[in-house]
Design a binder for this molecule. Structure first.
Ligand code: MG
Length: 162
């Protein structure tokens, strides 16, 4: 059986925090605020994967009231989710994601993000697509107040025996 899930996440842009996207620290004046490393891309991918296997959301698995996840490397959280997928016998077919960020430009950093995410999920990098778009001056992305990410994951689940 093929199943899909979506993920959506938003974090505020603030001074004095790193901008971590897909495990890549992107040079930037502003970074993302959050309990973990606030890696908005990885969080959206995690929610998409959890959605595809019907396993709730990131907040249930990694509550922001839990000190274990303070400043957590979100790739580590993704590793936990990958283990959960394996437990369920789910194989990831592909992940596609879009980051919404006004600046800086992410073109040069996207290959490393794909590699990081694909590495955790034991996929070839071409099965994990990362796109980026700006806010064109409109809304919270365009006003440089925050960043968002949207992801979709497709997984293959064990079929039910007839
Ligand atoms: Mg988040």
């Amino acid at each position: 059986m093929i199943a899909t899930g979506i993920g959506w996440d938003v974090h505020r842009l603030v001074p004095g925090r790193p901008l971590v996207l897909g495990g890549v620290t992107v040079p930037s004046e502003l970074g993302l605020a959050g309990h973990s490393d606030a890696d908005v891309l990885t969080h959206a991918v995690i929610d998409a994967l959890l959605g595809a296997i019907g396993a709730g959301d990131i907040g249930e698995h990694f509550p922001d009231t839990d000190e274990r996840w303070r400043d957590a490397d979100s790739l580590e959280l993704l590793r936990h989710v990958d283990a959960l997928l394996a437990e369920r016998g789910a194989a990831v077919v592909n992940v596609d994601a879009t980051i919404m960020l006004e600046r800086p430009k992410l073109l040069d950093h996207r290959p490393a993000m794909r590699e990081n995410l694909a590495d955790v999920l034991a996929l070839a990098p071409d099965r994990v697509n990362v796109k980026a778009t700006r806010g064109e001056g409109v809304g919270f992305v365009g006003r440089v107040e925050g960043a968002a990410a949207l992801a979709i994951a497709t997984v293959e689940l064990p079929g039910v025996a007839a």
